[in-house]
Ligand binder design. Structure first.
Ligand code: ATP
Length: 326
């Protein structure tokens, strides 16, 4: 099947630096990809390239098999048939919610525009808001109206830039679920930029981890969490303890939540001098020093409060992460 979006060796240079550096990936029809990475790694620029808002300095971009961006020629955003949910594409303040949602539907008869807008406003829980103006809506309501607008023209691809970053945690969960449901119901592919691993783990069919302009790894949430290709990728998904691996000269990574005070003989084990224990709900966060002075943390699940002082911690071998030296 033809991918909804393809990047072929795409680069984008600002002031002599490659902000996006030789990026290639495909997004299949209906697939949801989260582009995850630290601040400044080039996520938004990648999205803007896909949208036709930046000119690549190298490579090609294809939408549904059609070449839409090369360094010589870029089809403009409005010619791409894409849905946008960008911070700088906020709702038009002078248009009602209804007019915002129907904004891109001018090619349809009025009755069809109305049916589509009402269907979407109903889907996002804003049925009673059609005639209201954005300035009286709460942040969450504005976000839902913007989502309805992004989906209105039944795009086959929706680009979203940090769509949940301004929402409080409870609204964030609701919006993630709603966004996912609307994308799936409409059979739309999604490219969602986020710096929040929880967004990516919860929403993506596949996650692409970006750092310094390059895609380091692209895989399912499960595979990327359990088998990160390097320390950068591993560290995107939560805290990580590191030690040198004397046998290979590489490094061993262990997530605090994979450490336990009890284990099997064949488990990896490490002695830690526990110096501080904090209750994190039912679990215990232990700060410890290894024999060489390196500081580690263990998140011990439930049970009795661990004792300060020397303890042996166990990690199932399958949970060890082994990295070559960076
Ligand atoms: P964040 O998560 O903080 O939004 P990001 O990963 O989305 O970061 P980008 O917005 O893509 O990163 O920016 C990547 C780098 O490119 C940054 O150093 C930024 O300052 C620079 N940059 C982006 N747009 C331009 C521009 N138009 N001109 C010059 N430099 C730019």
């Amino acid at each position: 099947m033809t991918p909804a979006l393809s990047f072929r060796n795409v680069s984008c240079r600002f002031d002599g630096a490659d902000v996006v550096d030789g990026v290639s990936f495909d997004i299949q029809a209906g697939e949801i990809i989260c582009l995850l990475g630290p601040s400044g790694c080039g996520k938004t620029t990648s999205l803007r390239l896909a949208a036709g808002m930046e000119v690549p300095s190298g490579g090609e971009i294809y939408l549904a098999g059609e070449c839409v961006s090369t360094p010589q020629d870029v089809a403009p955003p409005e010619a791409r048939g894409i849905g946008f949910l960008f911070q700088d594409f906020a709702l038009f303040p002078h248009l009602s919610v209804y007019e915002n949602v129907t904004f891109g539907l001018g090619h349809l008869p009025k009755e069809e525009q109305k049916a589509r807008a009402l269907e979407l406003l109903n889907a996002v829980g804003l049925s009673g808001f059609a005639s209201k103006y954005p300035n009286i809506l709460s942040g969450g309501e504005q976000q839902r109206a913007a989502l309805a607008r992004a989906m209105a023209a039944k795009p086959k691809l929706v680009l979203m830039d940090e769509p949940f970053s301004n929402l409080d945690p409870q609204l964030r969960d609701q919006m993630r679920d709603l966004t996912l449901r609307l994308l799936r119901e409409n059979g739309a592919a999604g490219l969602i930029v986020t710096h929040d691993a929880a967004d990516a783990l919860r929403m993506a069919d596949r996650i692409a981890v970006q750092n310094k302009g390059q895609i380091l790894q692209m895989d399912t949430p499960e595979a990327i969490y359990q088998n990160p290709v390097d320390l950068h990728v591993a560290a995107m998904f939560g805290p990580l303890n590191i030690m040198a691996d004397a046998q290979t000269g590489g490094q061993i990574g262990v997530r605090p939540s994979d450490m336990a005070l009890h284990g099997q003989a064949e488990d990896f084990s490490v002695d830690g001098d526990v110096q501080n224990v904090r209750a994190i709900g039912p679990d215990w966060l232990c700060d410890m020093a290894l024999s060489d002075g390196v500081l580690w943390q263990a998140l011990v699940r439930g049970g009795e409060r661990p004792e300060n002082g020397l303890n042996k911690f166990f990690v199932p071998r399958a949970r060890l992460m082994l990295f070559k030296t960076q």
